[in-house]
Design a protein around this ligand. Structure first.
Ligand code: HEC
Length: 151
């Protein structure tokens, strides 16, 4: 009886740990947060790229939705590079230079948000390609200086 009690409370503790493990996502660290942010950015960019590659039709509504998601996520990403997060909760591709040139990093993020908002206002297919080129250049500008390439 006693040992059954012990073992069932042990099971309860293991269950509790599992629950904490699951809800742990709510306490994700800054690295996980910003990578999730950038994944959303990448997904939205992928939807726009599909239009450019003619894999999807031009649709001003789809353009606006994805460009707005992209702008919101890059805006939010700025908050996910706090001091001390050059390393931490998981592997990161963020370069240490971010924290040495924070003003430039933030300026590059703002430029990207601006280009995304420009993209959100595109209603004519004729203006889409140029807007996408300008937006893509802002990703590249930041990644070149501040992100190590993933192998
Ligand atoms: C202000 C700088 C900045 C801008 C602008 C920026 N990124 Fe990033 N991005 C980063 C950094 C830094 C990382 C690496 C984060 C890490 O590993 O901790 C990253 C990572 C990523 C990742 C990988 C996420 C993962 O871990 O799976 C994708 C995809 C991505 N960015 C897409 C984009 C696209 C598309 C744009 C433009 C629309 C963009 N980014 C604009 C700085 C930026």
């Amino acid at each position: 009886m006693y040992s059954r009690l012990v073992s069932s409370s042990r099971t309860a503790v293991i269950g509790l740990v599992a629950v904490i493990g699951v809800t742990g996502a709510a306490f994700a660290g800054p690295i996980e947060d910003r990578q999730a942010n950038m994944k959303n950015v990448g997904k939205a960019m992928g939807a726009l790229a599909a239009i450019a590659k003619k894999e999807a039709p031009f649709d001003a509504g789809v353009v606006k939705t994805n460009a707005t998601t992209l702008a919101d996520n890059v805006k939010e990403a700025k908050a996910h590079f706090p001091d001390g997060s050059a390393s931490g909760d998981k592997e990161t591709w963020a370069k240490a230079e971010i924290w040495q040139n924070k003003a430039d990093f933030v300026a590059k993020a703002d430029k990207s948000v601006e280009a995304a908002m420009q993209m959100a206002s595109v209603t004519e297919e004729a203006n889409f390609g140029a807007a996408l080129g300008a937006l893509g250049a802002t990703c590249k500008a930041c990644h070149e200086d501040y992100r190590r390439p993933k192998q």
